[in-house]
Design a protein around this ligand. Structure first.
Ligand SMILES: C[S@@+](CC[C@H](N)C(=O)[O-])C[C@H]1O[C@@H](n2cnc3c(N)ncnc32)[C@H](O)[C@@H]1O
Length: 204
């Protein structure tokens, strides 16, 4: 099983490179799996499926019997993700929803023990606001690419066309580091990954 899993991940990485699909780096993938395995969530929301690479990492790390809802707006990527996840034998744990996450998230029912945000970088705070009333107390929210090529730290000038995204990622980090409902650690792995623990509304 482990050999199959590693072979399939390598196949997905090769597909991502050939078809120019951005997927989580290996280093950040390891952090995602470690945090997920520690949290042992029963119910996960992933925003940004792409070809299902991080979905598979999550599926391998959640609590036994856990479920993943994953959102993607690109129809071709959804087809590919479905094929890879079927090949991995995890499709029965996964609900793949097609559509614009900004619209889909508000309509989701139930609560989530872990949320992985990895879709439109300029929309992270909007996704978080929309999912907040669905977070279980103690839920983990992981956001990838939060340091966006180092520009979010302001160490070097951001090219004009990325300035709005960078400002919005800064706003996301400001919120999760300053709002008393979240405890956040920002990791430098890959393109930066924020791991936040939701303390519940009592801390507001
Ligand atoms: C960085 S990729 C996700 C990579 C994936 N999480 C992984 O590591 O394997 C971002 C994905 O989010 C999708 N996306 C971007 N904006 C979206 C939106 N508003 N709603 C749903 N999906 C969106 C893109 O089509 C793309 O496939």
């Amino acid at each position: 099983m482990r050999d199959n899993f590693i072979t399939l991940l390598a196949e997905m990485e090769a597909y991502a490179i050939t078809h120019n699909v951005p997927v989580i780096t290996r280093e950040s993938g390891q952090l995602l799996q470690t945090v997920t395995a520690t949290a042992a969530p029963k119910s996960v929301l992933e925003i940004g499926t792409a070809i299902g690479y991080s979905t598979l990492l999550l599926a391998a790390s959640i609590a036994p019997g856990g479920k993943i809802t994953t959102l993607e707006q690109d129809a071709d990527r959804i087809l590919v993700a479905r094929q890879f996840l079927a090949q991995a034998g995890v499709l029965d744990q996964i609900e793949l929803i097609a559509g614009n996450a900004g619209e889909v998230v508000s309509g989701l029912t139930g609560s989530f023990d872990l949320v992985f945000i990895d879709a439109a970088k300029g929309q992270y705070l909007d996704y978080l606001y929309k999912v907040m009333d669905k977070l279980s107390p103690g839920a983990i929210v992981i956001a990838d690419n939060v340091l966006f090529r180092g520009w979010v730290l302001g160490n070097q000038a951001t090219p004009r066309r990325f300035r709005t995204i960078v400002k919005r990622l800064q706003a996301y980090l400001d919120f999760v580091t300053n709002d008393a409902r979240f405890d956040t650690v920002i990791h430098q792995t890959g393109d930066g990954m924020a791991v936040s623990r939701y303390q519940g509304e009592a801390n507001k």
